[in-house]
Design a protein. Structure first.
Length: 498
């Protein structure tokens, strides 16, 4: 491991990092988006990408290797001159072509293609791994992992003269294989770890599985490894993927979608033909409007749409970075999850792993916004329940109340769904400073009930009474029998009784 990646701040499993890229002499702030540059189709020039915010690009080393037009130029001048780009440039190896066209069409040798990537001045090179597609049978996934591992080990032994090395993590949709592949990739001493072959999952909106696959890979890689979610180029997925711990994203989508007159937004994809109003303030949208864009000639329209698509993508990536900085990445994921059911699926899969994401979560943030039933499953709620059992209970008769204090009891603790009970003295500490809706939901009450149960079980000699605002019977039924319950009223609470 060459220690080129440093995590600066955490928000759940999401993180702000710095990736040092020695050959380019630059440090990339992550999470970062890498636009894909096809040397033959430069819809948007790398110079323009840099103006839009690109710190790092990715291009296909195999296409350059095979190209009559660019191979010699790339070898003579180097990639940075060929593309007129001063940031970091990552090269892929042709594994994707291999997976699409097969062994007979694509003949690549890891040593040779890595040497070529080195010779054209790539900053991060990639060996020829085997991208096993989702749903491949287990035997095939296991065999192909062996081949991938051999090539990674071979690559790690080469003298790459300062070029960083990608070590792709494969394993199809098998969590244990992904985890093992992550561990083996990490052990090679490579620098960056692409989670491969997730494109088919993303294309089919199987975001929950994409989250599970990347979490599994990360279990093997460990929290310090920089992770590239290969093919996650739609801006509506960035917050989710970053929250699952991805640091690098690549976008071919900006150009592929533009070619079909598709307009990217953080809420999904629109067809230009259907748009009367453009929900975006970028210069392309401001200058042209929907009618103006449609009126452009094909090539100009494709280029302008691609620029808009990049604008939206970079803006979302900045939003993700700021959200991590502010500690409200999960709020951003919730917002995106409300726009598309596939993102909601992905968010639910992420919350299934709340124990994992809690481990790297910052203990204190500015605020917790309870925005949906899913909020009740956030790591902060779990952490509060874990801590509850250690909080000292001073009285023998304790009231846990969503309403006011009552002096008939030795002590009155506040109860706020989804957290449950806590001493009043903790009211000003995160996450109990949470902003919660007055009209709470069953999931939040059920989570608060789990808190009541945890507290009661940790203090078997104390008599607890819960005063609640019309919690449903099935939630009350989950509480231990010795917790007395008393309703405060039929409806939602009046103003907070704190
Ligand atoms: Zn725009």
């Amino acid at each position: 491991m060459t220690d080129v990646f440093e995590v600066r701040a955490w928000d759940g499993a999401g993180r702000l990092g710095r990736l040092d890229v020695p050959r380019a002499g630059v440090t990339v702030e992550t999470p970062a988006l890498m636009p894909v540059v096809n040397p033959h189709l430069r819809t948007v020039t790398p110079v323009r990408m840099e103006e839009l915010g690109a710190q790092i690009l990715i291009t296909n080393g195999y296409i350059l290797y095979e190209s009559d037009d660019y191979r010699e130029q790339a070898l003579d001048e180097g990639l940075h001159s060929l593309y007129d780009f001063s940031g970091a440039i990552v090269t892929d190896s042709g594994s994707f072509q291999l997976s699409v066209y097969g062994n007979e069409e694509v003949d690549i040798d890891t040593r040779e293609i890595l040497q070529f990537q080195h010779d054209i001045g790539s900053d991060v090179g990639t060996p020829v791994d085997i991208p096993t597609p989702p749903d491949a049978d287990r035997e095939r996934a296991t065999e192909e992992l062996v081949t991938t591992r051999e090539r990674l080990e071979l690559a790690a032994d080469l003298d790459l003269g300062g070029m960083l090395l990608n070590a792709p993590v494969q394993g199809a949709t098998y969590g244990d294989l992904r985890e093992r592949a992550g561990r083996e990739a990490r052990a090679t001493g490579a620098d960056v770890f692409p989670v491969g072959a997730v494109v088919p999952l993303l294309n089919d909106y199987r975001y929950a599985e994409a989250v599970e696959v990347s979490l599994a890979a990360k279990r093997g890689l460990g929290p310090a490894a920089p992770v590239h979610l290969f093919g996650a180029g739609h801006p509506m997925t960035f917050a989710l993927a970053a929250a699952a711990g991805s640091d690098l994203f690549d976008s071919a989508a900006y150009a592929l979608y533009a070619r079909d007159d598709r307009y990217l937004t953080v809420r999904g994809t629109e067809h230009l033909a259907d748009l009367e109003h453009l929900p975006c303030p970028c210069p392309v949208c401001a200058d042209h409007g929907a009618d103006g864009l449609r009126a452009l000639a094909d090539e100009a329209r494709e280029r302008r749409l691609a620029e808009h698509n990049l604008h939206v993508s970079f803006a979302e990536m900045r939003r993700v970075r700021q959200a991590i900085r502010a500690g409200d990445l999960l709020e951003l994921v919730e917002a995106r999850a409300r726009s598309h059911p596939a993102v909601l699926d992905g968010y639910r899969a992420l919350l299934d792993a709340s124990e994992t994401i809690e481990r790297t979560d910052e203990a204190s943030k500015d605020a917790f916004f309870h925005l949906s039933a899913e909020s009740a499953r956030r790591p902060e709620v779990r952490r509060h329940h874990d801590r509850l059992v250690a909080l000292p209970v001073e009285g023998q008769e304790v009231l846990l109340s969503e309403g006011d204090r009552n002096d008939a009891f030795d002590e009155t603790w506040r109860v706020v769904p989804p957290f449950g009970p806590f001493p009043r003295t903790l009211s000003e500490t995160y996450p109990l400073t949470a902003e919660v809706p007055e009209r709470t939901d069953r999931a939040a009450q059920a989570a608060a009930g789990r808190g009541v149960t945890a507290l009661a079980e940790a203090n078997p000699d104390v008599s607890f009474t819960l005063a609640h605002w019309a919690w449903p019977d099935d939630v009350l039924a989950t509480l231990p029998d010795r917790v007395t319950t008393t309703p405060l009223g039929e409806d939602t609470p009046p103003d907070d009784g704190a």
